[in-house]
Design a protein around this ligand. Structure first.
Ligand SMILES: [Zn+2]
Length: 506
């Protein structure tokens, strides 16, 4: 036999597609030709596979070798096809009977010495295999725990090409994946650690309940970062579909913990203000790495000192925030990664960033306006909750204030509020208040009583509030009512919403 094929998986965004790796040997000058939209890494597979095969004690067929990866229209990235190529090639050369790996997906990169190295994206690859009706995969030992997370598939691991050859030839058993890791530890830092900060805590709770973006403005030391870091602790756990999606993105980025488990907590990403556009949105050669935006998918993207981010970086966030996905332009067709994040911005009110706040600030009013102006166009416009946080008073720090409710208690209210909103908006296809379009909120049956919105309409007429701002305040009022367990926002809710949106005292 001079032809053989083995199954692999290629990724397009977070979605895996089954790929047939074909090898054909024909008489002629010894050469290796690869077809089927390979990238550079895949072209280099020729050299890796040859060295690995020879160094594993196998005979390299000195004939003309054609490798083809189907479907040809699917772009293929990276080195995860190495192992499938090696096996297909040895099969075509008649060195191996391929019956034992028929219907088995084979994934892994080969080192020159024949070791099998872990690859990025194994979790979505295995998901694709299961979806295609296959129930057996062979993965690098370094990815075995991750692969075993997916139900309905028998995972076997290999550390060397030699081990896989021995299995195919004489049934020598492969390696078993490790037992499943215990569930993820409880969510990071707790709100109970935040002293005082009544308004800040309320802002975080409202943001969590309605899925609203949040900005925290205040001097250094006011606890903005502490508040932001605790937002995930009051968000509900991810459901199965979201957990798979989030874990797949982290798998493609190659940053899953080695013990392999589904990420159940909403992720938290806090890129530094010196972050490049690529590290924010994703990129790189070969299989594109998801950026902070996608790693925060279904969780929180925190931009601390937001006004210090480059203009290009802030601009790059605009489109993904709107569409919920990142589109990366690639040489051979684009890649899309999901990026549905809850954005939290923190900023100092001015460039001097004096810890005392306004009293010690020496910046001119123009400098202050300019500083925050950097945020206004692209981002602030999209942010429902905008509050000022003040330095914590000594009394609060010493624990004489009754605040400091733990995250679990707040999370319970958030879950209930989200449930109420999801039920209300189900008929119009939304789940969170932040997602509901303005026109819908202004029409019956959702339009609020004239009395409740009197102040708001006055502001609109005087021009001190934009139409968009009006809608944002109404959305917030719904969230406040949901948190309070009432079916409709009243005048008080609207008043609090105005405070959360404009920073005015309620
Ligand atoms: Zn200043």
């Amino acid at each position: 036999m001079s032809y053989a094929k083995v199954l692999g998986v290629g990724l397009v965004g977070v979605t895996g597609h089954l790929v047939e790796v074909e090898a054909d040997l024909s008489p002629g000058l010894p050469a290796v030709v690869i077809s089927g939209l390979p990238d550079t890494a895949l072209h280099e597979a020729r050299d890796r596979v040859r060295a690995a095969v020879v160094n594993s004690g196998q005979r390299w067929p000195n004939r003309r070798i054609t490798l083809n990866l189907l479907p040809a229209t699917l772009p293929k990235y990276g080195s995860a096809f190495d192992l499938a190529i090696a096996v297909a090639l040895l099969g075509a050369a008649g060195e191996l009977p391929l019956l034992p790996v028929e219907g088995v997906v084979v994934l892994g990169e080969l080192g020159l010495d024949g070791t099998v190295r872990p690859v990025r994206g194994v979790l979505p690859m295995v998901t694709a295999a299961v979806r295609a009706g296959l129930d057996r995969v062979v993965v690098p030992v370094g990815n075995a725990a991750e692969a075993a997370v997916i139900p309905g598939v028998r995972v076997r691991a290999v550390d060397t090409l030699h081990r896989l050859v021995a299995f195919i030839r004489d049934g020598t058993p492969l390696l078993e994946p490790p037992p499943p890791a215990p569930a993820e530890a409880a969510a990071g830092p707790d709100l109970a650690d935040v002293a005082g900060q009544g308004l800040g805590r309320r802002a975080v709770e409202v943001a969590a309940a309605g899925g609203h973006h949040l900005s925290l403005l205040g001097p250094p030391g006011a606890g903005k970062t502490m508040l932001a870091e605790r937002l995930p602790s009051i968000l509900p756990e991810l459901d199965d579909a979201a957990a798979l999606e989030v874990t797949a993105l982290h798998s493609i980025a190659g940053i899953l913990p080695p013990d392999g488990r589904l990420l159940r907590r909403p992720p938290f990403q806090a890129p530094h203000h010196s972050a490049t556009v690529a590290s924010l949105v994703g990129g790189g050669s070969g299989l594109a790495r998801p950026g902070a935006l996608s790693l925060a998918h279904r969780g929180v993207l925190f931009l601390d000192e937001a006004a210090e981010f480059s203009k290009a970086a802030l601009e790059a966030l605009r489109q993904p925030l709107e569409s919920g996905q990142v589109h990366l332009t690639r040489a051979r067709g684009g890649t899309r990664y999901p990026a549905r994040v809850q954005l939290v911005l923190a900023a100092n009110p001015c460039p001097c960033a004096r810890p005392g706040g306004d009293t010690l600030c020496e910046c001119s009013p123009l400098a202050r306006r300019r500083y925050l102006g950097r945020l206004s166009g692209p981002l602030l416009d999209r942010i429902d909750v905008q509050v000022r946080v003040l330095p914590v008073r000594a009394a609060e720090l010493m624990g004489t204030d009754p605040d400091g409710e733990p995250s679990a208690a707040v999370a319970a209210r958030v879950v209930a509020a989200r449930g109420a909103a999801a039920e209300r908006w189900a008929a119009v296809g939304h789940r969170l208040n932040a997602e509901v379009p303005g026109p819908l909120l202004r029409r019956p049956p959702w339009r609020l009583a004239a009395q409740a919105t009197a102040d708001l309409r006055g502001r609109l007429d005087r021009g001190s509030l934009s139409a968009r701002g009006f809608d944002r305040i109404i959305r917030l009022a719904w969230t406040i009512a949901d948190l309070d367990g009432r079916t409709r926002p009243d005048q008080e809710d609207v008043r609090e919403a105005i405070g959360l949106r404009t920073g005015e005292e309620a």
